[in-house]
Each structure stands twice: as structure tokens, then as C-alpha cells.
Write a protein that binds this ligand. Structure first.
Ligand SMILES: Nc1ncnc2c1ncn2[C@@H]1O[C@H](COP(=O)(O)OP(=O)(O)O)[C@@H](O)[C@H]1O
Ligand SMILES: N[C@@H](CCC(=O)OP(=O)(O)O)C(=O)O
Length: 376
């Protein structure tokens, strides 16, 4: 059963807000700085209401074109990459200045899709983003355009935003673009098409209105946004696709107003999260935990600390999935482990306060963080 859309928006704590190139690019290159100021003002207000916003912003190519004096978007990949490299610092500076004027710190995070499919780098990105949010810093994420080709060619930061939503298990993904939302047909082709206000992310009809593969609108455009909503739904995240030109649009969403198109994740959020983690699970090793650890994990949803581990089986790397079993050999949970097998063997049974003494460094106090484990 889908929760009410307004309630979902109001209850959402962790937001990923994606701002598309179509909004950020001024005609002839350069950044739409006034618009950036508006989104920042709203994000700052959200942050003051205990929302944790993460921004995924395109615009590096646009900013670079402005700086290089290029009037037309180049088509050669190396020119696009050069423009993005010149522009990324300007893009972040634009956000940083405006966030600072609201007393907020920002951080630049550059990712590629590959980073998020590699277990260790995935865990690194997840821990970094989690720490930034705990520190009250606003992460500004973009594709690392220097090392990718496909994404920069298709102009697809929608997928990146969905991957980030999965990564941090966001409650809401807001995709801001130049269109009011998803229409029954591309409004540029059919100006009379009406706006779809609500739907299921997985509904095949949504993809059909956004243009099938091979059609003119089949690459980028609305199609990648619907696919992003589907991907986000995988970890229980709801998506809103709305216009970035709407006055106070972000704040109005926060208050529960029905702007743009809302795409329900389609099933129980907690079940989706567990299923999502379970799908990631290819078990690389086994940790034997004592009865106390098994109990607090099962009954209180706590993290696994090294002190609760009695034996280690297998050879796994940091970020891989391990299974935890209780003293009777019953599986308790599976999760992403923060230390490699040879180090877990050294810190098993050790208090977290002594990890750095034993290993010479401290990564995290938890062996498996509660957000990274699924009970079975
Ligand atoms: N069914 C649809 N409803 C709304 N917009 C659509 C639809 N199909 C295609 N589009 C197009 O998608 C565009 C937005 O995508 P895009 O230009 O890639 O934006 P961004 O740079 O924000 O990612 C709209 O301007 C619109 O022309
Ligand atoms: N990462 C690049 C391009 C990504 C891009 O254009 O994506 P999108 O906003 O989805 O059309 C940039 O910052 O210019």
C-alpha cells in the first residue's frame, strides 16, 4: 500500500536533490548563478529543519564553456572532459560561496558509476557521505568527468543521483529539470499533453510516455529520470520530478505540496531496503559472534563490534559481504564488513577503543555498521 505523497514528502529526512544541466546552463554557456542562489537558499532552510540534503549537480561543462569562452557545447569527448575539468571548480565555488553565506559548509564529491559497483569504493563513498552528513556538511556530487565517457556524452546525471540515493538510502530523490514533471507525451512535441501527478516508479507506462529506446527522446530527457526513479525505488526511495524554475519549489515539496510528478517506490520501504541489501549479498566469509552480540543485533538492530566476534572464516576484503552466525551456528545477519579478514582476525574480541592500538589505525568502531547489515 502506497503512503500518501504529501506525508512521504513531509516525513523525508534524507533528500538527494539533483539539478540538471538544462537548468544550470545559460544560453551560450556559463552558469545560471541566480538560480543556484535560489536552490541554495531553500536547501539551507531544509538543513535548518533537520533534513539532510545531498546535492547532485550537473553544470561542470556549462561552467567550463563560460570560462573558456566557448559559445557552443562541443561534441568531442575530450573537449567535453576539458570543459568539465575547467568548470567543476567554478561550479563548486558557486555553491560553496552561497552555502557559506547561510553558515553552511559544503564538500565536493566526484564519483563514477564504476566506483559504486566496486565493493570497497562503494563502502568508502558511503562512509564518507555518512560522515559528511553527520558533520552537517552539504555534499555536492557530480560525475568525475575526467575518467568517464558514456555519461558525459549522454548527459546523464540522473543515474548518478539514483545511485547516490541507493548509497545513502535516501527517503526522497528530487530531480529538478526544465519541465514541470512527466507529461503524457514530450511537451515539446505535444504542447497539449497533460502532467502526470503521481504514479509507480516501476509502471511500464511511465517509460512509454518518456519515449521508448531509439526514439528521439529515448536518450537522456525524461527516460533517464524514470529509470533513475526505478533504481531509487530499489532502496525504498520515492522520487519527485519537478521544475527547478518553480518559486520555492523545494520548500513547497518539504511542506507536502503536490508539485511535479511523484513516483512511489511501490512497496514497503523497510522491506525494499532489506531486499536491496540482500541483493548485494555475495557472501565472502563468515564471522562467529557470541550470544550477546547475536541478541543485540537481532533484538535491538545494533551494529556488530569486534568485541562480539569469536572466530573468523574465509578470506574477504574490506567492503565485502560476510555472514554472521551465533554460537549455535544459526545465521544472524549479513552485512558489509569494514575491515579485511586478516585484520578482523587480529581485532576479534577486542574493545573498539583498542582497535587503533592493535592495527595501528582506526577506520570505524563498528565491524559492520547497523545500516549496512540485514538480519536473516
Ligand atoms: N513525457 C515527458 N514529459 C516531460 N518531459 C519530457 C517527456 N519526454 C521527454 N521530455 C523532455 O525531457 C526534457 C528534460 O530532460 P533533460 O533535457 O535531459 O534535462 P536535465 O538536463 O534536467 O537532465 C524536457 O525538457 C522534455 O523536453
Ligand atoms: N557531469 C556533466 C554532465 C552531466 C549532465 O549533463 O547530466 P544531466 O543534468 O542529467 O543532463 C556536467 O557536470 O556538465
Amino acid at each position: 500500500m502506497n503512503a500518501n505523497r504529501s506525508d512521504c514528502q513531509r516525513a523525508a529526512r534524507r533528500w538527494v536533490v539533483k539539478v540538471g544541466s538544462s537548468l544550470l546552463t545559460r544560453t551560450g554557456g556559463g552558469l545560471a548563478l541566480d538560480a543556484i542562489g535560489e536552490w541554495v537558499r531553500q536547501l539551507a532552510e531544509l538543513a535548518g529543519e533537520e533534513v539532510e540534503p545531498i546535492l547532485v549537480s550537473s553544470g561542470a561543462v556549462a561552467a567550463g564553456m563560460g570560462r573558456l569562452g566557448w559559445r557552443e557545447r562541443p561534441s568531442a569527448i575530450h573537449d567535453l572532459q576539458a570543459a568539465a575539468a575547467v568548470g567543476q571548480s567554478g561550479l563548486v565555488e558557486a555553491y560553496e560561496d552561497r552555502l557559506a553565506s547561510h553558515g553552511l559548509l559544503s564538500a565536493q564529491v566526484l564519483l563514477t558509476h564504476d566506483d559504486l559497483s566496486d565493493r570497497r569504493r562503494y563502502l568508502n563513498a558511503r562512509n564518507t557521505l555518512r560522515t559528511l552528513l553527520e558533520l552537517g556538511v552539504i555534499p555536492i556530487v557530480n560525475e568525475n568527468d575526467t575518467v568517464v565517457t558514456e555519461e558525459i556524452r549522454f548527459g546523464d546525471n540522473d543515474t548518478l543521483a539514483a545511485l547516490v540515493a541507493n548509497l545513502v538510502e535516501a527517503d526522497l530523490l528530487v530531480i529538478l529539470t526544465d519541465s514541470e514533471g512527466v507529461f503524457e507525451a514530450d511537451p515539446r512535441v505535444d504542447p497539449h499533453a497533460s502532467l502526470i501527478r503521481e504514479g509507480e516508479a516501476s509502471d511500464p507506462a511511465m517509460l512509454r510516455v518518456a519515449g521508448g529506446a531509439g526514439s528521439a527522446v529515448g536518450t537522456g530527457g525524461m527516460r533517464t529520470k524514470i529509470l533513475a526513479a526505478r533504481r531509487a525505488a530499489g532502496s525504498g526511495t520515492a522520487t519527485v520530478i519537478a521544475s527547478g524554475y518553480e518559486e520555492d519549489g523545494i520548500l513547497r515539496l518539504r511542506r507536502g505540496q503536490q508539485l511535479g510528478t511523484f513516483l512511489h517506490p511501490g512497496r514497503d520501504v523497510l522491506a525494499a531496503r532489506k531486499q536491496w541489501l540482500a541483493n548485494q549479498l555475495q557472501v565472502h566469509g563468515r564471522l562467529h559472534v557470541d550470544a550477546g552480540a547475536a541478541r543485540v543485533i537481532r533484538e535491538e538492530g545494533r551494529s556488530l563490534l569486534p568485541v562480539g566476534v569469536t572466530a573468523v572464516e574465509g578470506d574477504f576484503r574490506r567492503g565485502e559481504v560476510v555472514s554472521c552466525v551465533d554460537p549455535q551456528g544459526r545465521e544472524v545477519c549479513r552485512g558489509l564488513v569494514n575491515y579485511p579478514a586478516h585484520e578482523v582476525r587480529r581485532i576479534k574480541g577486542v574493545a573498539s577503543s583498542r582497535i587503533s592500538e592493535v592495527l595501528g589505525y582506526l577506520d570505524t568502531e563498528e565491524l559492520i555498521h547497523r545500516d549496512d547489515l540485514a538480519t536473516v
